[in-house]
Write a protein that binds this ligand. Structure first.
Ligand code: ATP
Length: 136
């Protein structure tokens, strides 16, 4: 079987750039898996866990919002932020989750809260906490 090349890029730099055997990523239409010889594919990316296998090594990271392209055995993921699950600060994510929940619990009319922004922050925080708990 051929191999895939995975690249995960954020505005801060390249988080992953390596050969892998398979990738599972959180797409807007649900989780999608990629193996070598995949057809050309484009998808939005939503906050969640991105996993890959490389030989017997499993990789796990959390990606936030962006998009992915699968083309010629290359999986390119461009997202606002991403970090390896092993490097996630769970306490920070829990605090972000509580902050977002407090904001979302306020009156919809309240002008000092950007609800869409708080909702996205909540989704990022949940994805981080889930990924850490899963690999714990
Ligand atoms: P916070 O409110 O805690 O900053 P956030 O969801 O607003 O969370 P992002 O804007 O998604 O944070 O990310 C900003 C930077 O911080 C990115 O580089 C991201 O990888 C990193 N980051 C965010 N949360 C965590 C975390 N819990 N552990 C490790 N790195 C994190």
């Amino acid at each position: 079987m051929g191999r895939l090349y995975l690249e995960v890029v954020t505005p801060q730099g390249v988080l992953v750039s390596q050969e892998v055997d398979s990738v599972v990523a959180p797409g807007t239409e649900g989780e999608f898996g990629v193996l070598p010889d995949h057809v050309l594919f484009l998808s939005g990316i939503v906050p969640g866990e991105l996993r890959y296998m490389s030989g017997s090594v499993k990789g796990s990271m959390v990606v936030t919002t962006g998009f992915a392209e699968v083309s010629n055995d290359k999986v390119s993921v461009l997202v606002d932020a991403a970090e390896k699950t092993s490097e996630i600060d769970k306490e920070r994510a829990q605090q972000a989750m509580e902050r977002a929940r407090r904001r979302l619990a306020k009156e919809r009319e309240s002008e000092d809260v950007d609800f869409a922004r708080a909702q996205l922050a909540l989704e990022r925080a949940i994805a981080r906490v889930r990924a850490v708990d899963k690999t714990a």
